[in-house]
Design a binder for this molecule. Structure first.
Ligand SMILES: [Zn+2]
Length: 93
């Protein structure tokens, strides 16, 4: 069984927060249900605004050399482009 080859590329949907930010991670933990107590390190652009998360709760993204990166398959358009950037529809064309 062969593994699907992948590469890490820059994820332009995320921005790093200032190290001194007081923003808390937005992830809700269960049992007991409470907000994640960690300080946020990066923000993800959702349709309803920016949501900040700690490094443990970044949906698989990683931070390398001050850049948020995401793992994509090696034959994907994002891999050949070298980044992932979802531009909201209203900003297209
Ligand atoms: Zn968290």
């Amino acid at each position: 069984m062969s593994e699907i080859p992948y590469v890490w590329v820059k994820d332009n949907r995320w921005v790093l927060l200032h190290p001194d930010t007081q923003d808390k991670c937005r992830r809700i933990l269960s049992s007991p249900r409470r907000g994640c107590p960690n300080r946020a390190v990066a923000s993800f652009r959702r349709s309803n605004g920016w949501w900040s998360y700690c490094e443990a709760h970044m949906y698989g993204q990683r931070i390398r050399n001050g850049i948020v990166e995401v793992k994509v398959t090696a034959d994907s358009p994002a891999a050949s482009q070298g980044s992932v950037d979802i531009i909201p529809n209203r900003l297209r064309g």
